[in-house]
Design a protein around this ligand. Structure first.
Ligand code: ZN
Length: 192
Protein backbone atom coordinates (compact mmCIF):
# COMPACT_ATOMS: atom_id res chain seq x y z
CA UNK A 1 0.00 0.00 0.00
CA UNK A 2 1.31 3.41 -0.93
CA UNK A 3 1.33 5.92 1.88
CA UNK A 4 2.14 9.53 1.08
CA UNK A 5 2.75 11.76 4.05
CA UNK A 6 1.04 15.12 3.69
CA UNK A 7 2.79 18.44 4.16
CA UNK A 8 2.14 20.97 6.89
CA UNK A 9 1.99 24.67 6.14
CA UNK A 10 2.05 28.00 7.92
CA UNK A 11 -0.16 30.26 5.79
CA UNK A 12 0.52 33.98 6.15
CA UNK A 13 -1.62 36.98 5.44
CA UNK A 14 0.46 39.70 3.72
CA UNK A 15 -0.48 43.33 4.48
CA UNK A 16 -0.36 44.06 8.21
CA UNK A 17 1.20 40.67 8.97
CA UNK A 18 4.44 40.51 6.92
CA UNK A 19 4.58 44.11 5.66
CA UNK A 20 3.39 47.28 7.35
CA UNK A 21 -0.28 48.17 6.97
CA UNK A 22 -0.73 51.15 4.60
CA UNK A 23 -4.32 50.68 3.41
CA UNK A 24 -4.64 49.15 -0.07
CA UNK A 25 -1.15 48.71 -1.46
CA UNK A 26 -0.88 49.84 -5.10
CA UNK A 27 2.85 50.09 -5.85
CA UNK A 28 5.98 48.06 -5.02
CA UNK A 29 7.51 50.88 -2.91
CA UNK A 30 4.58 50.52 -0.49
CA UNK A 31 6.04 47.26 0.78
CA UNK A 32 7.95 47.75 4.02
CA UNK A 33 8.69 44.72 6.21
CA UNK A 34 7.41 44.52 9.78
CA UNK A 35 10.24 44.02 12.28
CA UNK A 36 10.95 40.34 12.76
CA UNK A 37 8.98 39.21 9.68
CA UNK A 38 12.03 38.06 7.69
CA UNK A 39 13.40 36.20 10.74
CA UNK A 40 9.99 34.57 11.27
CA UNK A 41 9.87 33.35 7.66
CA UNK A 42 13.48 32.15 7.86
CA UNK A 43 12.69 29.96 10.86
CA UNK A 44 9.63 28.57 9.04
CA UNK A 45 11.99 27.72 6.15
CA UNK A 46 14.20 25.79 8.55
CA UNK A 47 11.21 23.85 9.93
CA UNK A 48 9.05 21.09 8.43
CA UNK A 49 6.36 23.64 7.48
CA UNK A 50 5.79 25.19 4.07
CA UNK A 51 5.36 28.98 4.07
CA UNK A 52 2.63 30.30 1.75
CA UNK A 53 1.09 33.78 1.51
CA UNK A 54 -2.65 34.21 0.89
CA UNK A 55 -3.68 37.82 0.25
CA UNK A 56 -6.83 39.65 -0.82
CA UNK A 57 -5.85 42.36 -3.32
CA UNK A 58 -9.12 44.10 -4.26
CA UNK A 59 -7.07 47.09 -5.48
CA UNK A 60 -6.95 45.29 -8.86
CA UNK A 61 -10.77 45.17 -9.13
CA UNK A 62 -10.93 48.76 -7.88
CA UNK A 63 -8.39 49.71 -10.58
CA UNK A 64 -5.87 51.13 -8.08
CA UNK A 65 -3.30 48.91 -9.80
CA UNK A 66 -3.12 46.38 -12.64
CA UNK A 67 -2.78 42.64 -12.10
CA UNK A 68 0.82 42.94 -13.39
CA UNK A 69 1.57 45.59 -10.79
CA UNK A 70 -0.01 43.42 -8.10
CA UNK A 71 2.54 40.71 -8.97
CA UNK A 72 5.40 43.28 -9.09
CA UNK A 73 4.42 44.16 -5.53
CA UNK A 74 4.78 40.49 -4.59
CA UNK A 75 8.18 40.37 -6.33
CA UNK A 76 9.32 43.34 -4.22
CA UNK A 77 8.19 41.48 -1.09
CA UNK A 78 10.08 38.35 -2.17
CA UNK A 79 13.21 40.42 -2.96
CA UNK A 80 13.21 42.10 0.46
CA UNK A 81 12.84 38.71 2.13
CA UNK A 82 15.48 36.95 0.00
CA UNK A 83 18.02 39.63 0.96
CA UNK A 84 17.52 38.35 4.50
CA UNK A 85 17.61 34.65 3.55
CA UNK A 86 13.86 34.17 3.91
CA UNK A 87 11.81 32.43 1.21
CA UNK A 88 8.12 32.15 0.43
CA UNK A 89 7.13 28.78 -1.04
CA UNK A 90 4.27 30.43 -2.91
CA UNK A 91 1.98 33.46 -3.00
CA UNK A 92 -1.74 33.33 -3.82
CA UNK A 93 -3.70 36.54 -4.35
CA UNK A 94 -7.37 37.26 -4.92
CA UNK A 95 -7.67 40.27 -7.29
CA UNK A 96 -11.47 40.29 -7.11
CA UNK A 97 -14.07 42.41 -5.35
CA UNK A 98 -17.78 41.59 -5.21
CA UNK A 99 -19.47 45.01 -5.25
CA UNK A 100 -19.99 46.40 -8.75
CA UNK A 101 -20.99 49.93 -9.73
CA UNK A 102 -18.06 52.18 -8.77
CA UNK A 103 -16.53 54.65 -11.26
CA UNK A 104 -13.31 53.49 -12.98
CA UNK A 105 -13.57 49.95 -11.66
CA UNK A 106 -12.01 47.00 -13.47
CA UNK A 107 -15.24 45.19 -14.38
CA UNK A 108 -13.46 41.94 -15.32
CA UNK A 109 -12.45 41.46 -11.65
CA UNK A 110 -15.70 42.66 -10.09
CA UNK A 111 -17.10 39.24 -9.38
CA UNK A 112 -18.19 37.18 -6.43
CA UNK A 113 -15.34 34.66 -6.44
CA UNK A 114 -14.47 31.74 -4.20
CA UNK A 115 -10.93 32.96 -3.48
CA UNK A 116 -11.52 36.22 -1.62
CA UNK A 117 -10.92 35.52 2.08
CA UNK A 118 -12.87 34.42 4.13
CA UNK A 119 -13.78 32.17 1.19
CA UNK A 120 -11.52 29.13 1.06
CA UNK A 121 -10.43 29.05 -2.61
CA UNK A 122 -6.81 30.17 -2.23
CA UNK A 123 -6.17 27.77 0.65
CA UNK A 124 -7.83 24.86 -1.17
CA UNK A 125 -5.77 25.57 -4.29
CA UNK A 126 -2.57 25.60 -2.23
CA UNK A 127 -3.58 22.44 -0.34
CA UNK A 128 -4.11 20.63 -3.65
CA UNK A 129 -0.89 21.94 -5.26
CA UNK A 130 1.34 21.09 -2.27
CA UNK A 131 -0.54 18.13 -0.74
CA UNK A 132 -1.15 19.98 2.53
CA UNK A 133 -2.91 18.57 5.58
CA UNK A 134 -4.91 21.63 6.70
CA UNK A 135 -5.73 20.12 10.10
CA UNK A 136 -1.98 20.23 10.85
CA UNK A 137 -1.56 23.77 9.43
CA UNK A 138 -1.86 27.33 10.71
CA UNK A 139 -3.00 30.70 9.40
CA UNK A 140 -1.40 33.85 10.83
CA UNK A 141 -3.13 37.16 10.11
CA UNK A 142 -4.13 40.55 11.49
CA UNK A 143 -7.89 40.59 10.77
CA UNK A 144 -11.08 38.76 11.71
CA UNK A 145 -11.26 37.86 7.99
CA UNK A 146 -8.07 35.80 8.39
CA UNK A 147 -9.38 34.10 11.53
CA UNK A 148 -12.65 33.28 9.75
CA UNK A 149 -10.75 31.92 6.72
CA UNK A 150 -8.60 29.70 8.93
CA UNK A 151 -11.55 28.33 10.84
CA UNK A 152 -13.49 27.80 7.56
CA UNK A 153 -10.55 25.60 6.51
CA UNK A 154 -10.32 23.80 9.88
CA UNK A 155 -6.86 25.25 10.49
CA UNK A 156 -5.54 26.69 13.72
CA UNK A 157 -5.48 30.48 13.67
CA UNK A 158 -3.15 33.08 15.17
CA UNK A 159 -4.26 36.73 15.32
CA UNK A 160 -1.39 39.22 15.52
CA UNK A 161 -1.43 42.73 17.01
CA UNK A 162 0.35 44.32 14.02
CA UNK A 163 -1.61 45.86 11.10
CA UNK A 164 -5.30 46.03 11.99
CA UNK A 165 -4.72 43.80 15.04
CA UNK A 166 -8.19 42.26 14.74
CA UNK A 167 -9.88 45.66 14.99
CA UNK A 168 -11.59 45.29 11.58
CA UNK A 169 -14.42 43.46 13.40
CA UNK A 170 -15.88 42.13 10.13
CA UNK A 171 -16.60 38.72 11.67
CA UNK A 172 -17.37 37.64 15.21
CA UNK A 173 -14.69 35.01 15.54
CA UNK A 174 -12.21 34.00 18.19
CA UNK A 175 -8.68 33.03 17.13
CA UNK A 176 -7.02 29.97 18.65
CA UNK A 177 -4.10 32.17 19.74
CA UNK A 178 -3.22 35.85 19.97
CA UNK A 179 0.40 36.95 19.60
CA UNK A 180 2.26 40.25 19.42
CA UNK A 181 3.54 39.79 15.87
CA UNK A 182 4.48 37.25 13.21
CA UNK A 183 7.81 36.52 14.91
CA UNK A 184 6.16 35.63 18.23
CA UNK A 185 3.49 33.65 16.39
CA UNK A 186 6.00 31.53 14.47
CA UNK A 187 8.18 30.98 17.55
CA UNK A 188 5.06 29.83 19.39
CA UNK A 189 3.97 27.43 16.63
CA UNK A 190 7.45 25.94 16.34
CA UNK A 191 7.96 26.02 20.14
CA UNK A 192 11.50 27.25 19.78
ZN1 ZN B 1 -11.09 36.11 -5.81
Amino acid sequence: MRCVKKNKCIFLDRDGTINKYKGLISKPEDIELINGAAEAIRIINESEYLCIVVSNQPGVAKNLCSLDTAWEINERLKDLLIKRDAYLDDIFICPHHPEKGFPDENVEFKIKCNCRKPETGMIEQAALKYNIDLSESFLIGDTSIDVKTGSNCKMKTVLVETGLGGMDEKYKVVPDYRMKDIYEAVKFILKE
